[in-house]
Design a protein around this ligand. Structure first.
Ligand SMILES: C[S@@+](CC[C@H](N)C(=O)[O-])C[C@H]1O[C@@H](n2cnc3c(N)ncnc32)[C@H](O)[C@@H]1O
Length: 244
């Protein structure tokens, strides 16, 4: 894979952190307290309650491409042994700030999710992959690596945009969405996207790709970001079975 792509993505993300984009705004002390009292966050991506163990004490969780000081501090406050792994140092800085503020132990690692070689086989109980796979050209290395570093019966939670988001463009004159793009979508093939790097993968890539790497999908959840918009995203919950 072209290393330049990841450099560009890192620069794009860092720039957005400087602009305080909402998925980089770290949790408040009150949000941590609310989570500890059983209330799951709605301000940012988080798996549904029933997808996580009730008791997180000592559970090894990898927040993959999941910096920003959001998921990792909540899970660490609940007792999980959290590693947050991300390409962007500015995003990771947000986790550092909350870890220091709340006196939480969070392992902070900068890297590319296509290469998890620093982690040993069968290590994590749960991987939570925040919305991010649309930043990489090929999801296969990620699924393969996640499968490897998870324990048997470990859980992989993934969030992705519905591919239909990439097919449609909004025609503001007529107030309708028009299907005018093809999948797989690549932002840099579209003149109006500037330096932005984003890939619109197919459902086969997201769901078939996990199954091909050995996962069994055991949970599916779909939500609409904003009721007025067409944009939808989905989450899958997959389990690593040792049958192959
Ligand atoms: C939308 S943010 C997700 C985190 C955020 N806390 C959330 O809940 O939405 C996407 C994250 O993916 C990270 N990312 C993008 N490409 C990556 C890669 N190849 N390896 C690791 N992280 C990556 C970005 O740096 C960014 O922090």
């Amino acid at each position: 894979m072209d290393k330049n792509i990841f450099e560009k993505v890192r620069a794009n993300i860092n720039e957005l952190v400087d602009k305080n984009v909402k998925w980089s705004i770290y949790v408040t002390h009150e949000e941590i307290e609310n989570f500890m009292n059983g209330s799951f966050p709605s301000r940012f991506f988080f798996p549904p309650k029933e997808w996580l163990p009730v008791n997180l004490d000592g559970v090894k969780i990898l927040c993959l491409a999941g910096a920003g000081g959001q998921q990792a501090p909540l899970l660490a406050a609940a007792g999980a042994k959290v590693t947050v792994f991300d390409l962007s140092e500015k995003m990771l800085e947000q986790d550092k700030i909350v870890a220091q503020r709340e006196n939480l132990e969070i392992i902070i690692e900068q890297g590319n999710m296509c290469d998890l070689s620093r982690f040993s086989d069968n290590y994590f109980d749960i991987i939570i992959n925040a919305p991010s796979l649309f930043y990489i050209p090929d999801t296969k290395p990620v699924f393969k690596e996640c499968y490897r570093v998870l324990k048997n019966n470990g859980i992989f939670i993934m969030n992705a945009p519905n591919p239909v988001n990439y097919i449609l463009e909004y025609d503001s004159e007529n107030g309708v969405y028009v299907a005018c793009n093809k999948l797989p979508y690549k932002s840099f093939e579209h003149e109006n996207q500037g330096d932005w790097i984003e890939y619109g993968h197919t459902l086969e890539t997201y769901i078939g790709g996990q199954i091909q790497c050995g996962f069994a999908i055991i949970g599916f959840y779909e939500n609409r970001k904003n009721e007025d918009e067409f944009e939808t995203e989905f989450m899958t919950r997959a389990i690593k079975h040792n049958f192959h």
